[in-house]
Structures are given as C-alpha cells and as structure tokens.
Design a protein around this ligand. Structure first.
Ligand code: SF4
Length: 343
C-alpha cells in the first residue's frame, strides 16, 4: 500500500529544525564527524557512543590522523563499541580518502558508497547531511515511520520493502535533503517509538499518518524473520502385508506429533539394499521393494525431507499395527507429514 507522501516533507523538516537534539556530531556538517558517528551508532546506543566519540575525535581529529593511526591504538579507541571490523574499515576508508582524494571527503553518494565499510544507509546519510544530495538514508527507524505513515503491512525485514521505501523517499525529497533524512531518523528515535509505543500526540505528522487514523500503530511495522529450519532426512517405509494391510506405529507420548501414528521410518536416506536390511532388522522379509517418491514436510523449525519406498512383505510382524484402508480412514490419526508419503 502506498500513498502520496509529499505532504510530510515540509512539516517534518520544520519540526526537525525546531526540535533536533544537540548531539556532538551535529555541531557542524563536517563529513568526517558525521561518518565516524554514523559508524559508531551502528548497533550501538547514542549514550554509549557519545563518550567514545569525544575520545576518538580528540585522538584522531582529522581523516589524515585516522589514515595513519597504528591499528592497536585504533582498536583501543574502539574498545567497548564492539564489532571491530567497523574500526578497521574506517581506517581503510580513511587511507583511500587520503590517497585517492587528497584527504578531502568525496562529496557524492556514488563515490561514498565505494569506500570500505560504507553501505547505502551511511553513504545516503553523509551525502544528504553534509552535501545536501537528494538521496535517501533508510534504516530501521525510517522503515518503521514509513510503515506507520502508510499503514503498510509489508515485512520491513525484506530487501524489497527497503528498496520501495528508498524509491518513495527519493520521489518526495525536498531541497533540505539532510534535514529531511535526519528528521525521519529523529522522529523514529524520539517520537515514533518501536514496540507499539509511538507518541502520536507529539508527532508533527499525525495528520498525515494512516496508522494513527486507523488505530493500527501497535501492529506496525510488520517484522517477520525468515525461520531457519533444521533439515532432517528420512527414509519412510510403506510396508504392505500379503492381505494389503499397511504397517503403522505409534509415536512417543512426548515431542513432535506426540502420540499420533506414523509410517515406520529411519533418520537417513537409504537406497534399496539399505531398505531391505532395515526391514529385516524389524523382522520383516521383503518380497518386493519399489521407490515411491521424494516429498517434504515443513514444521515450524524443522523440514523433513522424505524418501518413500513401498515394500511388500512375506508376513506381518508384531511390532507394528497393520491397518486396512478402511481402518486407516476411520481409526488412525495419520499426520499430514506421513499422508504426503502415500499416493
Ligand atoms: S502519528 Fe504516531 S504512528 Fe504516525 S508517524 Fe507519528 S508517531 Fe508514528
């Protein structure tokens, strides 16, 4: 769902200019200051960053100082901020700025994005804040504000949602590009707060906000993490007696599919000789083995990949229940995962 966001630009810029917090890196629009602070702020809270920022700038006041700092000294200055690769990339980028640009910060998004450790968000932030280039800088705060303004329930963790947000912002970016981007970030950090707690009464955009109008602020933004399912391979046996009955067994009383019936299976992929050997281990003598199909079933955290064989056996054994087609229908609860293994 998208709507014309044009109406937010003017009130947002005016609000930001009036209400912005006086953070140390906002005292000027020096790209070195903005850059170092933005990198420090990745994964780290403002309160934790401020002290480090002062110490860092006192020790390394210019990009030349950063380019020449011994690594150990640099890491010491970064101590407590974590993610040390950020510090190493800062130095690498500083060296490029000194060697390629004579120590002057590149002024365009296109050049900034090529520097080590500078991604789309940071390049957009520096280019817009320091050089007023009309490029977006979209982080989690901005995505949250946009999702609520539009009452858009797209998953904000998907790259396509971010890309769409960048396109929308690019289309409405005013001349004050830096204040507009910082305004969105600031609004997300101080007013349009996460976890269903936005301060809509103090928001300069409440008149334009659909989530506020529709009382849906608590449900937005939508964040759906891709679940990493553990993959398990199984060989599933459809044993048939000479009377055409199918072998089933009961699952344990606890755990996945507790207490339901299942087709006998083992936790690995077998080929025909393995299928025969396993049947014999269960006390069954195969008279015919045929590969039936491969199929899979998704549980919340597990994916079963199943290789299914039909196995005709000489006679029934005692350790399985042998059911007819009718009793399978009427008396046994066979989970979908195993129903998929049957024709
Ligand atoms: S009105 Fe509320 S939900 Fe909408 S942008 Fe403002 S703070 Fe966020």
């Amino acid at each position: 769902m998208q709507q014309n966001l044009q109406a937010i630009a003017a009130p947002l810029v005016a609000w930001y200019q009036e209400n912005k917090r006086l953070l140390p890196w906002r005292r000027d629009k020096d790209p070195y200051h903005v850059w170092v602070s933005e990198i420090m702020l990745q994964q780290t809270r403002i309160e934790a960053v401020t002290e480090h920022y002062f110490a860092f700038m006192a020790a390394l006041p210019t990009v030349q100082h950063l380019a020449e700092v011994p690594e150990e000294r640099l890491l010491k200055l970064w101590e407590g901020l974590g993610y040390y690769s950020r510090a190493r990339n800062l130095k690498k980028a500083a060296q490029v700025i000194v060697e390629t640009y004579g120590g002057s910060f590149p002024r365009s998004y296109a050049e900034l994005i090529k520097l080590p450790g500078i991604g789309q968000y940071t390049a957009g932030a520096i280019a817009s804040i320091c050089f007023n280039e009309k490029v977006p800088a979209v982080d989690g705060n901005v995505l949250r504000v946009l999702a609520r303004l539009q009452a858009d329930s797209s998953n904000v963790l998907l790259p396509e949602t971010k890309k769409r947000a960048e396109g929308l912002l690019r289309a409405i970016m005013p001349e004050e590009a830096g204040d507009f981007n910082e305004g969105l970030m600031e609004l997300g950090e101080t007013v349009c707060l996460p976890n269903g707690l936005p301060l809509c009464e103090s928001c300069p955009l409440s008149a334009q906000c659909r989530a506020h109008a529709e009382n849906r602020t608590a449900e937005l933004p939508v964040r759906i993490k891709k679940t990493q399912r553990k993959k398990e391979q199984k060989t599933v046996f459809l044993f048939y007696s000479p009377q055409g009955e199918l072998a089933l067994r009961k699952r344990p009383a606890k755990g996945l599919l507790a207490g339901l019936y299942e087709l006998p299976h083992v936790d690995t992929f077998l080929e025909e000789p393995g299928v025969r050997a396993q049947a014999q281990q269960w006390g069954l003598e195969p008279t015919e083995i045929a590969f039936l199909k491969d199929c899979k079933h998704l549980f919340t955290h597990i994916e079963w990949q199943m290789r299914c064989f039909t196995v005709a056996v000489k006679e029934k054994n005692d350790q399985f229940d042998w059911c007819t087609a009718e009793s399978l229908e009427s008396d046994y609860a066979l989970p979908t995962a195993f129903a998929k293994c049957m024709d």
